[in-house]
Design a protein around this ligand. Structure first.
Ligand SMILES: [Zn+2]
Length: 379
């Protein structure tokens, strides 16, 4: 059965069938099916992440609830032969038709299962044997918030969930009231808004998990202009669920001078540097966002130029500092020519501070130095 009007494209060694418009238009159309070639980096990184997680997987099964034409799911089946079964679901039958056809072209149809269910119904049904899935991926249009329960309930204990959010305007602070109702936390519309966004997502996933007697542990996160993406392991543990709040807190930001701090409890506080009232971001995840050993394994397995950069930054990132500083933000405060991120990191380290790159912004750095100390160090 040919899928009318669809064309072949190859990504990462996997043949995909996609609407021709999706390869040429700036914003890929949602009909007859959605495919975004620009999201390749996200898919490249997910292949590497799933490969790195293979040794920990009890059930080598993968489920994609919003599979579209199967860009991620078919790549998993083709590029990770160790995965026994790939469950490819999308409510759009045309998209699933294209995915089926492409599975044949890649000679993987024997390991692929296709369905056109509503996403939560799909995730609740589990595998053919009625088991939960080893890896559950959720990459919806817009917010993942309404599906987090199903994602967690669809994953096996010891399994992995990967979740994308594309409601970046909401998470980065353009619509704070929408963010509060979707993620139970306040965003910060500032220079590190995407990190606050990632941590708002993580806190929603962690708190939802705790309500289900589950615990999550983030092992890798990354973001671009257009999406945020998190990877977290899921374990069945009421004792770990009991301590979920040890990783939930707030970030206070001074919009007057740029000072920022992490606090455990909600508080209205005046800025230590300029005396203005600080704005509260959160509740949000304040714990580590990368598992160093896992990311190191990803670095070893990865062979993309762009993805390598993200991973190497993640490997050194001070992941439990919930904010970063942009190099140009610091330079403009110093009224100097832009400093390179690497130079800034070297100077801070030689003055005795911890400093690192961040996977969330190539033009930024993290440090345990306070803003005034950063400025005096770089002067
Ligand atoms: Zn201030």
């Amino acid at each position: 059965m040919a899928v009318e009007g669809f064309v072949q494209t190859t990504e990462g060694g996997t043949v995909l069938l996609v609407p021709p418009d999706s390869l040429t238009s700036k914003v890929p159309p949602k009909t007859p099916a959605f495919f975004n070639p620009v999201a390749r980096l996200s898919r490249d990184l997910s292949i590497t992440a799933y490969r790195a997680y293979l040794p920990s997987l009890k059930s080598k099964t993968f489920a994609d609830g919003f599979a579209g034409v199967g860009a991620r799911a078919l790549r998993v089946a083709t590029e990770i032969p160790e995965i026994d079964a790939v469950y490819v679901n999308d409510i759009n039958a045309t998209a699933i038709g294209a995915a089926k056809q492409a599975a044949k072209l890649n000679l993987i149809e024997g390991r692929c299962h296709f369905s056109t269910n509503e996403v939560c119904k799909f995730l609740m049904q589990g595998t053919e044997e009625g088991d939960r899935f080893g890896i559950v991926d959720l990459d919806p249009f817009g917010t993942p918030a309404r599906h987090i329960d199903c994602v967690l309930r669809g994953a096996l204990g010891g399994g992995l969930v990967s979740v994308t959010a594309t409601d970046t305007a909401v998470l980065c602070g353009i619509y704070p009231e929408v963010c509060l109702r979707r993620y139970y936390g306040r965003p910060l519309n500032n220079s590190y808004g995407n990190e606050t966004a990632i941590r708002l997502m993580l806190s929603l996933i962690a708190l939802t998990a705790s309500r289900l007697e589950l615990a999550i542990r983030p092992i890798f996160v990354h973001a671009t202009m257009h999406y945020m993406r998190v990877y977290a392991t899921v374990s069945v543990s009421s004792s770990q669920a009991n301590v979920v709040y040890s990783n939930i807190g707030y970030v206070l930001h001074c919009f007057q001078c740029g000072h920022r701090i992490k606090v455990a409890e909600y508080e209205e506080k005046k800025c230590d540097l300029c005396g203005s009232l600080m704005r509260v971001g959160g509740q949000l995840w304040t714990g580590a966002v990368h598992d160093k050993e896992f990311v190191r394994r990803m670095v070893e397995l990865d062979n993309g130029r762009q993805s390598k950069k993200v991973l190497e930054a993640a490997e050194e990132e001070l992941g439990d500092i919930p904010y970063y500083f942009k190099a140009d933000e610091i330079s403009s405060k110093l009224r100097t020519n832009p400093h390179s991120v690497q130079k800034i990191i070297e100077k801070l380290r030689s003055s005795g501070f911890a400093a690192s790159r961040t996977a969330l912004n190539p033009g930024a750095f993290k440090t345990d130095a306070r803003l005034d100390m950063i400025l005096s160090t770089l002067k």
